[in-house]
Design a protein around this ligand. Structure first.
Ligand SMILES: [Ca+2]
Ligand SMILES: [Ca+2]
Ligand SMILES: [Ca+2]
Length: 688
């Protein structure tokens, strides 16, 4: 009896080799079983070729056979010497393993009908071209595949990096911060497929007080799952304490309104899938602020129905009032309050000082700029004792800094040197001294609309840093018809702080950019003879340049026989008997207000052409001797109201006789009739 034997041989990792049946080239023994297992490195597969094959033939290779297997699966079963319907021989076939191992089994049964020589086979390792073999799902490499003997590697397009999985290409898409108030952001390559294996972080950072609103493009495609919420790729948004998302699928999130100025957007993608991504545009809206309110005597511009962050609101006090405290009432982020010039009134100086003070003080400043409206302003009359006490009570450092400046402001109607009390009656005018009438200005007017050209002088009164009050006839273009047209503004020159006509260099010259004649000025009878002009550059107040006050808005102080002063360069220095001579030095006269009926009667007695209206009043002496003359046109008739001087009249016209003739009173425009009209333009005035 023959011993049956069998063994298995594991061939080590060689790249090629051969195997043969036992005893080859002698006939193989009966009852034998032998196994070979061939392994080659990863990245290779094995080819097997039988150079010689001669086994006992049997139906379906039941007796002796060679079986080739890989991964538990039979690749071939051979027996016999020639191919038949039921038996297979290797012949010229090359068997290729699917992977890097292959098993071969040789079996012989208990008998052999003849002598069979067995087989010889050769094997070798061959490279797998992974790149050209289609995978089951996604390609092996996201972008590019490179084959080499024994393996392959992937690479990525420019701008991408190979993920640590060595297959997908990711992008570095984090750390982008958007600080503009509007912008667009999207997944990388949108609307082409977004990169895989990437985590993108985008951040929108706006100033506190803004709110970000996002609007997603309707085209939206992020890999999703029908049952599980966004397991693969997703978009998440964090805005303040609120979270939006995760978003995936093909439905755009549409519009997302956040209440935050800082928004983080996270977009995650896994290592597979081809989806188009998303795009959004964002914009910023300001937080809505409480509606600010202005305190009594304060003016606020602009007036809006609602205010949002970054709106600028300017508060200023009405003319004659100064800002003494800003009271902060709300700690909401929001609008910025600006102190600034509301008009060209004298108040600018005060506001500026306060602003500087606040700027200088960090404590105030930090509160000041981070707070929302409303602020409450308290406006008090300047230089008042109340203010001084209030100021001391509110804040000592504030007071020390601001009060000395506030207490002596350049205010209206305050001559820089007191006018002497004149008890004694004098004849004619009297020379002024610099600083007596700091509001008095000389107007030099040219009218080129006529041939020959006309040129004349007039006077006016400074109301604020930019506005001058005068008579309309001074600024009217001197036409023969009844049209009322002002002269061209740049044909008017203004001299501020002028004392001596021959010494104009020492005064401050200004040009004019606007002339406003009263719309109802009647050139035939000088009714409504009043006008305003605006300096093209604001005047600086000093000892010689200061504004006059407007009269109080209360029942007339123009009582008969009350005394007022008129200054001018056209005042005669001589008695009515001499020919009038204009003076180089500013002159002034003190004149009583004439009862209205006497005024009307005196003119009615001369001619019916003269019409003294309610908008006029007379001043002067019955016996004449002192009066204002042509060169004084537009000059102020001022009266003292308390400590201050206010402009009650404007030199308008007089009868045909010489200046200072008997019962020829000067006629003045009654300024108190025009307070509303003046304030509609100047917004400077009542100081009480
Ligand atoms: Ca056999
Ligand atoms: Ca390869
Ligand atoms: Ca994916």
């Amino acid at each position: 009896m023959m011993t049956s034997y069998s063994w298995a041989l594991v061939i080590p990792l060689f790249m090629y080799g051969s195997l043969e049946s036992p005893n080859f080239p002698d006939p193989y023994p009966t009852d034998t079983r032998r196994n070979w297992t061939i392994s080659v490195p990863d990245g290779f597969r094995i080819t097997l070729f039988f150079r010689h094959f001669d086994l006992e033939p049997s139906y379906l290779c039941e007796y002796d056979f060679v079986k080739v297997e890989a991964d538990g699966e039979a690749l071939a079963l051979f027996c016999g010497k020639e191919e038949t319907d039921t038996e297979a021989v290797p012949a010229q076939r090359v068997i290729t393993s699917p992977r890097n191992t292959l098993s071969i089994q040789f079996v012989s049964d208990f008998s052999n009908e003849e002598r069979f020589s067995g087989f010889v086979a050769h094997y070798s390792a061959v490279d797998i071209d992974e790149c050209s073999e289609p995978g089951d799902e996604d390609p092996l490499c996201d972008h590019f595949c490179h084959n080499f003997i024994g393996g392959y590697y992937c690479s990525c397009r420019y701008g991408y990096q190979l993920h640590t999985d060595n297959h997908t290409c990711r992008v570095d898409c984090s750390g982008v911060v958007f600080r503009e108030r509007s912008g667009v952001l999207s997944s990388v390559n949108f609307p082409a497929p977004y990169p895989k294996s990437s985590d993108c972080w985008y951040r929108i950072e706006l100033e506190a007080g803004f709110r970000v609103q996002m609007n997603f493009d309707p085209r939206f495609d992020v890999e999703s799952h029908p049952d599980i919420s966004c397991p693969y790729d997703h978009l998440k948004i964090q805005a303040g304490s609120r979270e939006f998302g995760p978003f995936c699928g093909d439905r755009s999130p549409g519009i997302i309104r956040t209440d935050s100025n800082i928004v983080s957007i996270q977009f995650h993608s896994d290592d597979s899938g081809e989806n188009l991504g998303w795009r959004l545009s964002y914009s910023a809206t300001g937080s809505q602020c409480p509606v600010p309110e202005a305190a009594p005597n304060a003016v606020m511009v602009p007036i809006q129905s609602e205010y949002t962050f970054r709106d600028h609101v300017v508060f200023s006090c009405q003319p004659g009032f100064i800002l003494v405290q800003v009271r902060l009432r709300s700690k909401v982020d929001g609008a910025v309050v600006m102190f600034g010039r509301h008009d060209n009134s004298t108040l600018f100086g005060y506001l500026l000082l306060l602003f500087f003070y606040l700027s200088a003080c960090l404590r105030y400043l930090s509160v000041f700029f981070s707070l929302c409206l409303p602020y409450l302003f308290i406006c008090l009359p300047e230089c008042s004792l109340i203010y001084f006490i209030f100021c001391l009570l509110v804040s000592l450092p504030f007071c020390l800094f601001s009060c000395p400046l506030f207490l002596c402001p350049p205010a209206c109607g305050l001559p820089s040197r007191p006018l002497p009390h004149q008890v004694k009656r004098i004849v004619g005018g009297r020379s002024s001294e610099p600083g007596f009438f700091p509001w008095q200005v000389l107007l030099s007017v040219e009218d080129l609309s006529r041939v020959p050209e006309d040129r004349w002088f007039g006077s006016g009164a400074l109301l604020s840093q930019s506005w001058i009050l005068t008579a309309a006839h001074v600024l009217r273009s001197q036409r023969r018809d009844a049209t009322v047209i002002p002269v061209v503004p740049h044909h008017v020159k203004v001299f501020l702080g002028l004392h001596n006509l021959r010494d104009k260099q020492t005064s401050t010259g200004r040009s004019v950019d606007q002339i406003v004649l009263h719309p109802d000025f009647q050139p035939d009878n000088y009714n409504n003879d009043i006008a305003l002009l605006r300096l093209s550059e604001a005047a600086e107040f000093n000892r010689l340049v200061r504004p006059v006050c407007l009269p109080p808005d209360r029942p007339s102080s123009l009582l008969p026989n009350s005394l007022g002063l008129v200054a001018g360069w056209g005042i005669s220095n001589a008695s009515s008997n001499s020919s009038p001579l204009t003076s180089d030095l500013l002159q002034y006269v003190k004149l009583p207000v004439v009862p209205q009926d006497e005024c009307q009667a005196s003119y009615a007695s001369r001619s019916v052409r003269y019409n003294i209206t309610d908008n006029m009043f007379c001043a002067g002496f019955f016996q004449g001797g002192r009066d204002t003359c042509l060169g004084d046109s537009g000059g102020a008739f001022v009266m003292q109201a308390g400590r201050r001087w206010a402009v009650f009249g404007l030199v308008s016209w007089a009868g045909p006789e010489d200046c200072g003739s008997q019962r020829v009173y000067g006629v003045y425009t009654r300024v108190e009739k025009y307070l509303d009209w003046i304030q509609s333009h100047v917004q400077a005035a009542p100081w009480w």
